[in-house]
Design a protein around this ligand. Structure first.
Ligand code: MN
Ligand code: MN
Length: 306
C-alpha cells in the first residue's frame, strides 16, 4: 500500500502547502508519504510555490487501494471520488467535522484554529522535527492566506504565534507585507475566464440533502469586479442548473473594507433573510464584516437547511 496526503478538491494554498509540509514531516519520522493534489494550484498558490522553489505536489485523483491522509477538510464531497475504496489513515484539519469515516483506527489532528498549517506546525513540534526554511515560508503564507492576514474571525492567537515562529525560521521580516503581496496576486482577475473565477475557490456542501455551492474571491478592492459582475452572476445561474444545486453563492470579499458582496441564485427567495437577516436585491447582498465562508456563511446556511 502506498500512502498519500491530499487536501480538498479545487485546492487552495492551505491544501497544497499542507500536503507538502505534512509529507515532509512523515518522511522525516520514517513513514513514507507522498504529497498529492486534486486540482491545479491557484495563482496565489503558484506564487507561493515559485517564491520558495517548490513544485506542485503530484496530481492524482484516484486512490483506490491506497492509504490516504486528508488535510484541510473532512467531507466526502471534497475528498477524492473513490475515497471509500482507500484506507483513511488520518485527518488533519481546522473545519467543522465532516462526514468522512474510517474502517480502521486513524490519526486525527483537528483544532479550531485558522489554518491547517498551524496544526501541522504543532505536529512538527510534537515530533521534534525541524521545519526546513522554505517549507516554513510556505506554511507562513498558507496561514496568512487562510486567516486573511489575521483579519478573519477564524484567526486565533495560535495562528499568530505560529506565523511568528515560522517567520523566524524562514527569515521573513514582514509577514503581513508578504501576505499583502499574495492578496495582490489574488486580486488580478482581469482576463481570467468567468467560469475559472467562479470555481477558483469553490466548494459544494451537502446541506440536509441539498447541494449548495459556495465560491469565494478575496481581493484588496472590489472595483476589480465592476466590469464582470453581471457575467459572474449569469454564470452562477448556469452552474446551479448544471450541478442540480439548490443554491449557488459567490462571495466577493473585500479584505480592506472587511466585508463581502454576496451574489446568489437559489430555489429559496428568502435564503439571505433566513441566514443573515438581510434581504437580497436582484441576487445581491452586502454582508458587512463577513470574511469567512467557514465561520460566517456555512453554519448560518446549515441552520436554514436543518
Ligand atoms: Mn482550504
Ligand atoms: Mn484551511
Amino acid at each position: 500500500m502506498t500512502n498519500y496526503v491530499v487536501g480538498h478538491k479545487i485546492p487552495d494554498s492551505d491544501s497544497i502547502v499542507g500536503a507538502i509540509a505534512f509529507a515532509y514531516l512523515k518522511n522525516a519520522i520514517g513513514e513514507p508519504v507522498i504529497a498529492a493534489r486534486l486540482g491545479d494550484p491557484s495563482p496565489e498558490t503558484q506564487f507561493i510555490l515559485d517564491k520558495f522553489g517548490f513544485e506542485a505536489p503530484l496530481y492524482k485523483t484516484s486512490y483506490a487501494g491506497d492509504g490516504v491522509y486528508i488535510v484541510d477538510h473532512s467531507d466526502i464531497e471534497l475528498a477524492p471520488d473513490d475515497i471509500d475504496q482507500a484506507t483513511l489513515l488520518g485527518i488533519i484539519d481546522h473545519h467543522k467535522l465532516g462526514d468522512l469515516t474510517s474502517s480502521t483506527p486513524l490519526e486525527c489532528w483537528i483544532r479550531p484554529v485558522g489554518c491547517t498549517n498551524t496544526v501541522i506546525k504543532m505536529m512538527y513540534d510534537f515530533h521534534h522535527i525541524d521545519i526546513p526554511k522554505n517549507i516554513a515560508g510556505m506554511m507562513l503564507c498558507a496561514i496568512m492566506s487562510d486567516t486573511v492576514i489575521f483579519k478573519s474571525p477564524t484567526c486565533t492567537t495560535a495562528d499568530i504565534k505560529c506565523v511568528e515562529a515560522l517567520a523566524e525560521i524562514a527569515n521573513i521580516d514582514d509577514p503581513k507585507g508578504l501576505g499583502m503581496e499574495m492578496f495582490l496576486v489574488k486580486s488580478a482577475v482581469a482576463g481570467t475566464p468567468i467560469r475559472d473565477l467562479v470555481k477558483r475557490d469553490f466548494k459544494d456542501f451537502n446541506m440536509n440533502g441539498n447541494k449548495v455551492g459556495i465560491g469565494q474571491l478575496e481581493v484588496v478592492d472590489l472595483s476589480v469586479f465592476d466590469d464582470i459582475k453581471a457575467d459572474l452572476a449569469a454564470d452562477l445561474v448556469a452552474l446551479k442548473a448544471e450541478g442540480g444545486r439548490h443554491s449557488v453563492l459567490l462571495l466577493l470579499t473585500d479584505i480592506m473594507k472587511e466585508g463581502s458582496e454576496l451574489l446568489l441564485v437559489s430555489d429559496d427567495d428568502s435564503l439571505t433573510e433566513k441566514a443573515w437577516d438581510i434581504k437580497a436585491v436582484a441576487g445581491k447582498a452586502w454582508l458587512d464584516g463577513v470574511l469567512s465562508r467557514k465561520k460566517q456563511i456555512v453554519p448560518q446556511l446549515q441552520a436554514v437547511f436543518a
